[in-house]
Design a protein around this ligand. Structure first.
Ligand code: GLA
Length: 707
């Protein structure tokens, strides 16, 4: 039983961690504890009431409110703000009741005066050592209530410590970049205002103590993420009393929702955890969580080919067939045709919205290509960007008002495209019909669902509350996606937004994988994959081997020669991609026989290690963020086998690499490892380590297993 409840106190326990809350002497719901699980219920601290401290601090302001509202004399970042029909914008939530249903605790709060009910939900993921929090808001009266901020949770850290914040920043071509900074007094804000979860910040955080920093495999860490694919925000507030609180949920920037009589709103889930095994422990918990909710769970993620970087918009039946034949001969399992296949799509200036094959490129439709791909033993996949429309398209000419816009303003185009207003039911229904038709009439096994611009002029004509667009749009995307998935359960989806602009955890309950970045240069990818791996398991990270040059190579010569030499060795590129879900994105026509031969062998090798990479546990042995040497390891769940990857970029000679210590092995078991004589115990591999010899721009992949 992971939930211990009394009428005024609750302890939520997972296998190794605990979270406690309760009602204090003033009747307020406050946080009590978040950290390692303690032996006895009486060990958890009581629900404290810090009372009124001076005339400059409201009663209860210093308390660790479990779900603070905008109301009373309170000046912290609130989780909730509403305006009632009479103009009052002060919310006073009082405890009403609690209920335990299996692994979920619900705490019901109601406003002291108005018919507003806020239910706090706590889901205990006992085996994963994670806790989910979200809220339901209900108007049980008749007058409308305008919601202006509804965060999913407030997470309190143990007080009186100084904390360091780790998060993932970035931009297009440089997603998932690792950032660490101390929290000082004030508020740090991470957010997206772009309609998607965004390239700029990933909705994930980790906090550790400045005086006892977490390392990769040790130390305390409090971490969490938000499961939402639209505008979000996370505030990290350090108060003058040494308390540290994290608010996370929907972004309240330009946001409002009207709750009419009897209506409810359910906020997205926030999932968090406490790790005593550092960043590695935290990310393995997140990986298990994400994997457990993927649409196709444990099914292996196939080796795919995608010709976007090779052919751009220049696709047609003959060219794609030629590439498919080579791809199949290398062992590729899924052939994906990217952008350029549909009506009028010769460049990014036209076509989005008209989702039928362009008759000039596919005079016989898509069927002959799909049949050929299937005959070659591969599944067929297709690129779509359903939420978009080019002004130069039949769809836009028929429905210009379906694009998000303000009638008196220019419609800002980015990549020559506008966004369809998926908050509108008729737009959702149109997309469901068109895409259902496409999937029903072709043998399509995989969809790369792209979203290539951010919102501007966010108008929604006719809506009672147009600022609800930010939320209703995302719910519309979910409805279209979920309807298609329900009708076509065998189709696998990949979420892409100009690379990793929409890679959040809510997407990964709909898509089995994300496209982490349009940057496929392997040294950049090592860093992107390193950041993404804090949250996302390897199976969700699609990684193509391409011919993108490395700007980290020393310059050699000019022209063609420099281009060729700017590419890292094929094996290095493969090894980087084999750390995720392997794909190929290079122009296969340009690969010579020996490159194809090498690719064939590496793809076969990937298929052999795939269960370990895609379903095993990740240990980041040496970060690619510092120095020119990095290493990581995947170990099967039973620790019986694993695979080690190591990469070296450029280092001045001579360089002797330090011994590399492995992790996560069974200490007493004997392992055999490729390239090593005899056997070594898990303890020796972890404590003494192995020495690797690696030349500049080279890599190793070594398998090991119990004997
Ligand atoms: C985005 C994606 C790319 C490719 C193009 C096609 O940029 O990230 O992988 O699909 O769109 O236009």
């Amino acid at each position: 039983m992971p939930i211990f409840a009394t009428p005024d106190s609750w302890i939520l326990e997972t296998r190794n961690t605990a979270y406690a809350l309760g009602i204090n002497a003033s009747g307020a719901l406050v946080h009590r504890y978040w950290g390692p699980r303690l032996p006895y219920e009486s060990d958890y601290p009581p629900a404290r009431d810090y009372g009124e401290w001076s005339s400059f601090y409201g009663p209860g302001e210093i308390n660790l409110q479990e779900y603070p509202t905008y109301g009373g004399a309170s000046y912290r970042e609130p989780c909730f703000k509403a305006t009632f029909a009479d103009g009052v914008r002060d919310t006073v939530l009082e405890f009403r009741s609690s209920e335990v249903q299996g692994d979920e605790l619900q705490i019901v709060l109601e406003d002291a005066h108005y018919p507003l009910r806020v239910t706090l939900h706590y889901g205990v993921l006992e085996d994963l050592d994670l806790l989910e929090r979200w809220v339901t808001v209900q108007n049980f009266g008749t007058d409308p209530i305008r919601l202006e901020r509804v965060l999913s949770a407030q997470w309190h850290l143990p007080i009186l410590e100084d904390y360091r914040l780790s998060h993932l920043g970035g931009r297009w071509l440089e997603e998932f970049q690792w950032v660490q900074e101390p929290l000082s007094h004030g508020v740090v804000l991470l957010e997206s205002r772009r309609l998607t979860s965004g390239h700029q910040h990933y909705p994930w955080f980790a906090l550790d103590r400045v005086d006892a920093p977490a390392l990769e495999e040790s130390g305390e860490l409090w971490f969490g993420a938000l499961e939402w694919s639209g505008n979000w925000k996370a505030t990290f507030e350090r108060t003058e009393f040494g308390s540290t609180r994290v608010g996370i949920g929907l972004n309240d920037w330009d946001f409002a929702l009207l709750l009419a009589e009897g209506e409810s709103f359910v906020a997205p889930k926030s999932v968090s955890g406490y790790s005593s095994a550092g960043f590695g422990g935290a990310s393995r918990a997140m990986h298990r969580h994400v994997r457990s909710r993927l649409p196709h769970r444990d099914a292996p993620h196939k080796v795919l080919y995608n010709s976007w970087e090779a052919t751009g918009f220049d696709v047609n039946e003959a060219g794609q067939t030629e590439l498919a034949e080579i791809a199949a001969s290398l062992g590729v399992e899924l052939f994906v045709m990217d952008d350029g296949w549909f009506q009028g799509r010769d460049s990014d200036r036209a076509g989005l919205g008209d989702w039928w094959p362009d008759a000039r490129k596919f005079p016989r439709g898509l069927e002959p290509l799909i049949e050929r791909v299937n005959a070659l033993g591969m599944d067929f996949g297709l690129w779509l960007e359903p939420e978009m429309v080019n002004p130069d398209s039949d769809l836009y000419r028929a429905h210009p008002d379906w694009a998000i816009h303000f009638p008196t303003r220019a419609r800002t185009e980015m990549r020559n495209q506008l966004i369809l207003n998926l908050a509108k039911l008729e737009v959702q229904d149109h997309l469901i019909n068109v895409l259902d038709g496409l999937l029903s009439s072709h043998n399509i096994a995989f969809i790369k669902w792209d979203m290539n611009r951010n919102a501007s002029e966010p108008g929604w004509e006719g809506a009672q509350e147009p600022r609800a667009l930010w939320v209703r749009y995302v719910e519309g995307v979910y409805r279209v996606w979920d309807t298609l998935s329900a009708r076509h359960p065998n189709v696998t989806f990949q979420s892409c937004s100009g690379g990793g602009g929409r890679s959040d955890l809510a997407m990964l309950t709909r898509a089995d994988q994300v496209w982490p970045s349009d940057n496929t240069e392997p040294t950049a990818r090592l860093k992107i994959q390193h950041g993404a791996s804090q949250v996302l398991p390897a199976c969700t990270l699609e990684a193509w081997v391409t011919d993108m040059e490395s700007d980290r190579m020393p310059p050699f010569g000019r022209g063609e020669d420099a281009l060729r030499r700017g590419k890292l060795p094929l094996e290095f590129r493969f090894h980087v991609s084999m750390c995720g879900t392997l794909g190929i994105g290079a122009n296969l026509l340009h690969w010579n026989d020996s490159e194809r031969e090498q690719a064939r062998a590496l793809i076969a090798q990937y298929k052999a290690i795939r269960p370990i990479v895609q379903g095993g546990e990740l240990y980041r042995l040496k970060s690619p963020l510092t120095g020119a040497f990095s290493a990581l390891e995947y170990v099967s769940q039973d620790r019986a086998e694993g695979v080690l990857f190591a990469f070296r970029t450029h280092m001045p000679e001579p360089v002797v690499l330090p011994p590399l210590r492995l992790a996560g092995l069974e200490p007493a078991a004997l392992y055999r490892m490729d390239g090593l004589e005899g056997t070594l115990s898990g303890a020796a591999l972890m404590n003494v380590g192995i020495s690797l010899e690696l030349k500049d721009f080279s890599s190793v992949l070594r398998r090991f297993y119990w004997v």
